[in-house]
Design a protein around this ligand. Structure first.
Ligand code: NAD
Ligand code: MLT
Length: 323
């Protein structure tokens, strides 16, 4: 064979930067993919991230990495950003669009986990489970302080009946709750099929004993549950947020709990995370988890596999869907 025949055009591997921990099952197809060089660096400082993204062709993140305009502009050859999860609110979509960078997410992979977490939070709230556990650890045997309420026959108001909201509705019906939901796309027909009621936002918040929010965080949903909304709710309502911080006005929630209007709140997310030291956590009626809605083995495998598959497809020139 001649030297000329042997010479092949030099093909450069695409650099895929991963800056948040991904499940090993999700990483395997990426490790095995031809033409992709993996660069896994988690826990980066802002400066380190700006340096690491410079030569990346693709970037995969969870919710930990803030993909700001500054990060996007520091990237010389970035073509795709994959979000292993649902919410793309940690990515500056405007800046990505301006640079022609495609953003893909994994919308279905953590639906069950987030719905199960919502039900777990609602039940824990109704029965004071975290507070009772803490009291036991303090050496107390107090059965009077933690009398709860049943879910059965209570009305659950769901704001946002998308993937997770609908799964929560199904499970709440299993608890024999009455479910009423508001979603701009919810028709009477669909509500009937699901065995729930459809209402306006105001009808839902007025009727509910428990309210759970499952919308994305957008201009229209920021502080959807605010002081005015709390005023319209039943006395002793309980609130659950396993969607996004910012949908609830935290100052208004604090006042409503202090005033006894809201009997309790279960929060997986807050406006600014991590939220250790938040004043809402000082209230005994408030229980919280550190953004654990999608933190199951199954969901993490699933979102990593889904987003990895889209990134591999894109880097091989195949079409992918934007969120
Ligand atoms: P989805 O897109 O399937 O559903 C969102 C629904 O909200 C849609 O049906 C939409 O029509 C509705 N909606 C939009 N604006 C509304 C408004 N003003 N009032 C009422 N409804 C409105 O999304 P999803 O997968 O069900 O996720 C829901 C939320 O949960 C998102 O914010 C997502 O980021 C969050 N999430 C959190 C965790 C977690 O770890 N805590 C995990 C997964 C998803
Ligand atoms: C999501 O939007 O998918 C969730 O907030 C879960 C996460 O990324 O941890």
């Amino acid at each position: 064979m001649s030297a000329i025949a042997e010479a092949k055009p030099e093909t450069k591997n695409a650099v895929l930067l991963i800056t948040d921990p991904l499940s090993e099952d999700g990483l395997q197809p990426l490790r095995a993919a031809e033409g992709i060089e993996l660069d896994i660096c988690t826990g980066l400082t802002r400066e380190e991230l700006l340096g690491a993204v410079k030569t990346a062709d693709a970037l995969i993140v969870r919710s930990g990495t803030q993909v700001t305009r500054e990060v996007i502009e520091a990237a010389d050859s970035l073509k795709i950003i994959g979000r292993a999860g649902v919410g793309v609110d940690n990515i500056d979509l405007e800046a990505a669009t301006e640079r022609g960078i495609i953003v893909v997410n994994a919308p279905d992979g953590n639906t069950n986990s987030a719905a199960e977490h919502t039900i777990a939070m609602m039940t824990s709230l109704a029965r004071n489970i975290p507070q009772a556990h803490r009291s036991l650890l303090e050496g107390k045997w107090d059965r009077k302080a933690f009398v709860g309420v049943e879910l059965k026959d209570k009305t659950l108001g769901i704001v946002g009946l998308g993937r997770i909201g609908a799964e929560v509705a199904r499970r709440a019906k299993g608890q024999r709750m009455n479910v009423i939901a508001f979603d701009p796309f919810l028709t009477e027909e669909r509500a009937k099929e699901m065995g729930i009621s459809a209402g306006t936002f105001e009808e839902v918040i007025r009727a509910a004993d428990f309210i759970t929010v499952h919308t994305p965080l957008m201009k229209e949903t920021r502080h959807l549950l605010n002081a005015g909304a709390f005023e319209k709710m039943k006395d002793g309502v309980r609130i659950v947020n396993c969607a996004r911080g910012g949908i609830i006005d935290e100052g208004a929630l604090y006042e409503a709990v202090k005033a006894g209007k809201v009997a309790g709140a279960a929060l997986d997310v807050m406006e600014s995370e991590p939220f250790t030291g938040h004043r809402l956590l000082e209230l005994p009626q408030v229980i919280a988890t550190p953004h654990l809605g999608a933190s199951t083995i199954e969901a993490q495998e699933s979102v990593a596999i889904d987003v990895g598959r889209d990134v591999i497809r894109f880097l091989s020139g195949e079409p992918v869907k934007n969120p």
